[in-house]
Ligand binder design. Structure first.
Ligand code: FNR
Length: 193
């Protein structure tokens, strides 16, 4: 069947530009014939990690829901803001909870990282920081990343990027990522036969 790609906006707020970027990436994923599963952090609210809560109750519902969505995909895309040059605590907390499940769902999955920010650097430092926990968990983080600067002014009414060159660059990043995933998924299938 077609590749299934979870596209995940990592900010909680309703008007998130990272949610808008995630929607656009999901549309680009669908354009290639793959199946996009669009998700947002608001669907996965969870308490702060606490080893006592984990020991008494196991994983909270929000973390289990995110785990389920990850397990159903071949690859995932995270669109995350940058907070103080790093990963937002909400996203890191979600990764920490989900990393406690076995089999550990981040392991061997391919991921593409994108960001949007009103600043001039577009949240790119946050993505470099996000590579660290994901690569630690065995995720194959795509070498290329996409960061959208001045994000509050960058979208057209119909949710594309107003700058055609940037729109093209994002589309190429997504297709490059998906062709790598496709090749790898096919290779793994051949090995299993
Ligand atoms: C920010 N913001 C921010 N932006 C940036 O480019 N570099 C940074 O280091 C920070 N630091 C930072 C810290 C905190 C605590 C907040 C709340 C915000 C701005 C941030 O990038 C902006 O709020 C998000 O891009 C908005 O994303 P959403 O919520 O629209 O997806």
């Amino acid at each position: 069947g077609p590749l299934r790609v979870l596209v995940f906006g990592a900010a909680l707020r309703a008007g998130s530009v990272n949610a808008r970027l995630a929607s656009l990436v999901a549309r680009l994923v669908s354009d290639t014939g793959a199946t996009a599963d669009l998700a947002g952090m608001r669907e996965f609210t969870m308490p702060l990690f606490d080893g006592d809560v984990e020991a008494a109750e196991g994983l909270p519902e929000g973390a289990l829901a995110l785990r389920d969505r990850l397990e159903r995909c071949d690859a995932f895309v995270i669109s995350s803001p940058e907070y103080n040059a790093s990963v937002p605590g909400v996203l890191k907390n979600a990764i920490d909870w989900v990393s406690r499940v076995r089999p550990q769902p981040f392991k061997t999955k391919h991921a593409l990282l994108v960001s949007a920010s009103p600043s001039m650097v577009g949240g790119n430092r946050g993505l470099w920081a996000l590579r660290i926990p994901l690569e630690h968990l065995g995720t194959r983080v795509y070498p290329d990343m996409f960061s959208l600067a001045e994000a509050y002014q960058s979208f057209t009414e119909d949710g594309r990027l107003a700058n055609d060159r940037l729109q093209q660059r994002l589309a190429e990043t997504v297709t490059g990522f998906l062709s790598l995933v496709e090749a790898d998924v096919r290779y793994v299938c051949l090995q299993r036969r």
